[in-house]
Ligand binder design. Structure first.
Ligand SMILES: Cc1cc2nc3c(=O)[nH]c(=O)nc-3n(C[C@H](O)[C@H](O)[C@H](O)COP(=O)(O)OP(=O)(O)OC[C@H]3O[C@@H](n4cnc5c(N)ncnc54)[C@H](O)[C@@H]3O)c2cc1C
Length: 139
């Protein structure tokens, strides 16, 4: 299995941030210039400004206006690097993050900022309530 090459940063605390959304970027910015090495990982190579999505949907903005390249965001920093990759797992004991391409990325501190998804209940009673609510909204 491939190992993440890491020669020049071996002596400094290594912070890996998974997710270049609002949370991950805020964390990376807070660590900019700190005596740590930061690796920001995201499955996409851009940060998506989600709150302006509706303006793209209504053709007021171009998609490129709300998607900022993460490499560009990190370029001015001396201690933050970006790596594109899909994180598939974390081995907390070995302190490595696993990527879909087979790579393993070592960390000393890990920040998981991968966002969230809508919770869907499996409770039939609550599901009925949700369906009822949806039907009323659509009516
Ligand atoms: C259409 C829309 C409009 C919104 N409008 C507003 C608003 O007006 N005001 C407001 O306050 N909030 C708004 N929100 C909510 C806001 O976008 C979220 O609260 C915010 O994005 C959460 O930030 P986050 O960093 O937790 O997650 P996200 O911004 O979702 O970032 C998660 C990041 O993790 C990456 N990622 C996920 N899984 C993996 C993985 N396995 N490997 C690698 N990378 C991964 C994703 O690519 C993404 O870049 C809106 C949301 C949407 C969808």
């Amino acid at each position: 299995m491939k190992r993440d090459p890491d020669p020049e940063t071996a002596s400094r605390l290594r912070v890996v941030i998974v997710g270049g959304g609002f949370g991950g970027l805020a964390c990376a910015r807070a660590l900019d210039g700190a005596p740590v090495e930061v690796l920001l990982i995201d499955r996409d190579n851009y940060h998506l400004f989600t709150s302006l999505l509706h303006q793209v949907a209504s053709a007021l903005l171009n998609p490129a206006d709300i998607a900022y390249p993460l490499r560009k965001v990190c370029r001015r920093s001396r201690n933050i690097r970006f790596r594109q990759g899909v994180v598939t797992g974390v081995d907390f004991e070995a302190r490595v993050v696993r990527l879909r391409d087979g790579a393993q990325v070592r960390f000393d501190r890990l920040v998981l900022a991968t966002g969230s998804t809508t919770a869907r209940t499996t409770d039939p009673a609550e599901s009925r309530l949700q369906r009822h609510h949806r039907a009323r909204v659509l009516a």
